[in-house]
Design a protein around this ligand. Structure first.
Ligand code: ACM
Ligand code: ZN
Length: 729
């Protein structure tokens, strides 16, 4: 039944279901189909003599898990043979499927990648296993292809983490960044400091709804969990068998409230506070005194032997300096080391960890805030607040992992429907992830050599369980793995059809709760021919379908026109009534002196289409400006009488969007700020009362704040200004 409705819904793609189309994602470098199929009944017989016993075991387990394929050794007359090659590109492999399957590989990892590709080529029917006859040659573009998993905000069991790893391996990810500690829970057993898990792994309450929703309410159920060191080893081995390296993150000096709940003596104030039940950024961080540094090095001493990989992540992000400024111990460290300020103190703190890790044969990696106050000598930078940190680090000759919020934050919304589950904010749809390049276009070749790759980040404040985790991860993770693996990407529409045709069935078979938001049409308003507006159903990007006009609306006297939308069942959008607010600027021309950012330019009609922008913001129905002031003119066809102007702006600090605070309005003075009204607004909507008969145009200036205040997400950056409907009455 599942299969039946699946093919009905996506029958569009079935024409592509020929062996000519490469089903493998991420897309391999070369795929040359030849004629026919290699068919066998039931078990796949392999010659394991040119692979290690560990690989043989991994292949057998993984084929059964991924595609329900039985594998047996049979040296006399195998169907699959392996050949180890030397002097070929790192991690490259090839597969030749003719009368026999031959896999040539350069490294054990590449042999595993070949095996995964082979599994993705398989189809099964009536007990028969078939593979298209073809030649595949392949290698990864980037060496760091990661997903990050926050297990502090919400805890995932050993088996859940293993499932997450199994799915990652199917898409050739090789790095799991495991965010093990944060304000809301410490998740790794440390034998010398048992209170870290006895106390720090448990919180008494968890905030409900979005953390900006007021009044706040809390779920008072005790929540938590942790991994014993034996469980950590088990997960690391499990990942290793699938060629995934696990990078642990022990956060410092910020996001430390769970640790400090257990050992308050390592904070600045020494005062005990509970494990945090609210999301956000908190002032109480590790003190920079020697005892705290030695405590954290003791913790790392137990962490290092559990993780065979080179990298240890020490966090470094979002550490307010409020306590350090007032702490005599911190100030004494500043003085004794000739430091200038608290940023240099953070640099000193991270530098101590860098030296410690280097002595112990490991490499430090941290969020891009570790650049502030000076980068420590061996640090690798994870650039999350855009590409800038990564560019600065690479220019200084440091390695970089890119994960800018614009493309790599999988805790953002991926669809605009009202049915999308609550997320932290932001909007990172599938096509945005697919277009991602870890090397920004303005980076020089020398710097680009320092970019190891990238990763998708799954922060779990709003991801309470595995079903939700899978929803936020898939299919965006497949788009990301393609962006990181494939030197030559297919156009987005071909990627989408491959995804739907060949991978949705895999995800369905695995009972992955993946999102189909990328296939849903959207309701959009367009300028109509008669000066009014047209309501259209616009197919999702990448689908070969035409927009459909649902309704035409012309400016009228009535306050609100309710438009019933006829939306067919199974279209993915809920039938609804669209309310169009009637006002005098409906469909008016807008001339911008400050252009909207290309990232959030939904067309100037957006602000005069009778539609109020939805909350929570999901990237649409608003115009976004990368500036702290915005100027534009509203131009009317004929003079109108104006009594009231309402300007809607957005306040969404999580998405680094701050509402306009002051404004200046001029009537009939194009591009001129010498206004008839100016003032200060304390709400998202600016309301201005005027009285004028002969208005041909209105000039609007609005101003936001120039820097996000400390303690708020994105502190220190210029916030975005977002604008929606300008209602004129
Ligand atoms: C981060 O998202 N705070 C690294
Ligand atoms: Zn201190």
């Amino acid at each position: 039944m599942l299969k039946f409705s699946f093919f009905l819904a996506f029958g569009l793609f079935s024409l592509l279901a020929t062996a000519q189309v490469c089903p493998i994602l991420p897309t391999p470098a070369v795929y040359q189909p030849t004629n026919g199929q290699f068919v066998c009944s039931g078990t796949l017989l392999i010659d394991p003599s040119e692979i290690t016993p560990d690989l043989k075991a991994a292949f057998t387990d993984y084929a059964l898990w991924a595609n329900n394929i039985q594998v047996s050794p049979f040296v006399q007359n195998p169907m699959v043979q392996f050949k180890k090659l030397t002097n070929v590109k790192q991690d490259s492999y090839s597969i030749n499927i003719a009368d026999r399957i031959t896999i040539s590989y350069s490294s054990e990892a590449s042999c595993f990648y070949a095996w995964v590709s082979l599994l993705q080529l398989s189809t099964q029917q009536d007990g028969q296993l078939s593979f298209p006859k073809c030649f595949v040659k392949d290698y990864p573009e980037f060496q760091w292809r990661g997903l990050h998993l926050d297990v502090s905000r919400h805890f995932f069991t050993v088996n859940e983490v293993k499932r997450f790893i199994d799915l990652m391996a199917y898409y050739k990810f090789n790095t799991l960044h495991w965010h093990l500690t944060d304000d809301q829970g410490w998740r790794i057993e440390i034998k010398k400091y048992p209170l870290l898990t006895q106390v720090g792994a448990w919180r008494d309450s968890t905030v409900e709804n979005h953390y900006t929703t007021q009044p706040r309410t809390y779920n008072k159920t005790r929540y938590g969990g942790f991994y014993t060191q034996e469980e950590v080893k088990d997960i690391v081995n499990y990942a290793g068998a699938r060629f995934i390296n696990v990078v642990p993150e022990i956060e410092m000096p910020g996001h430390a409230r769970a640790a400090l709940a257990a050992y308050p003596q390592y904070s600045c104030t020494g005062q005990a506070q509970g494990v945090e039940g609210l999301w956000g950024i908190f002032d109480d961080i590790f003190c920079a005194k020697e005892e705290s540094i030695l405590f954290l090095q003791d913790v790392l001493k137990e962490v290092l032997p559990l993780f065979p990989g080179a990298y240890i992540h020490v966090g470094g992000d979002e550490a307010p300096k409020t306590r350090w400024k007032e702490c005599p111990n911190c100030q004494a460290v500043i003085k004794a080391n000739g430091l200038h300020d608290e940023h240099e103190l953070q640099s000193y703190f991270i530098g101590r960890m860098d030296a410690f890790l280097t002595q112990n044969g490991k490499k430090l990696i941290g969020w891009d805030e570790i650049l502030e106050g000076g980068l420590s000598p061996n640090a690798t930078v994870m650039s999350w607040r855009g590409y800038e940190g990564g560019k600065a680090a690479a220019a200084q000759g440091h390695y970089v992992v890119m994960c800018p919020g614009s493309h790599c934050y999988f805790d953002h919304y991926q669809g605009r429907g009202a049915d999308e589950p609550l997320a932290i904010g932001g909007y990172t749809p599938l096509d945005r992830v697919y277009e991602f390049n870890p090397i920004p276009s303005d980076m020089d070749v020398a710097s680009a050599a320092y970019v190891l790759g990238a990763q998708g980040n799954l922060w779990t404040e709003y991801i309470p369980d595995m079903a939700q985790l899978e929803y936020m991860t898939y299919p965006r993770a497949i788009a990301l793995s393609t962006a990181l693996w494939s030197e030559t990407k297919l156009p987005y529409d071909q990627f989408l059809s491959t995804l739907v045709q060949f991978h949705f069935s895999f995800l369905n078979n695995q009972k992955v709760n993946f999102s189909k938001a990328a296939l849903k049409p959207e309701i959009k308003t367009m300028r109509g021919k008669n000066g009014g507006i047209e309501i259209q159903k616009v197919p999702a990007k990448g689908l070969d379908k035409q927009p459909e006009v649902l309704n035409n609306i012309s400016p009228a006297k009535k306050k609100t026109k309710v438009v019933g939308l006829k939306i067919e069942q199974g279209s993915g959008i809920a039938p609804k009534q669209l309310e169009v607010i009637q006002h005098k600027a409906l469909g008016a021309q807008i001339v911008f002196q400050t252009p909207p950012s290309p990232k959030y330019d939904n067309g100037s009609l957006t602000i005069v289409d009778g539609q109020l922008g939805a909350r929570p913001w999901k990237g649409n129905e608003w115009l976004g400006f990368e500036s702290d002031s915005v100027s534009f003119d509203i131009v009317f066809d004929k003079p109108i009488k104006v009594k009231e102007i309402r300007i809607h702006t957005l306040h969404d600090p999580n998405s680094w969007i701050w509402a306009a605070q002051t404004y200046n309005i001029a009537l009939n003075k194009f591009g001129c700020g010498n206004g008839i009204a100016d003032g200060y607004s304390t709400s998202e909507t600016i309301e201005i009362t005027v009285k004028d008969k002969n208005v041909k145009q209105i000039h609007v200036n609005i101003y936001g704040i120039s820097k996000i205040p400390s303690g708020q997400p994105g502190a220190g950056n210029t916030p975005w200004l977002f604008l929606d409907e300008i209602e004129i009455r």
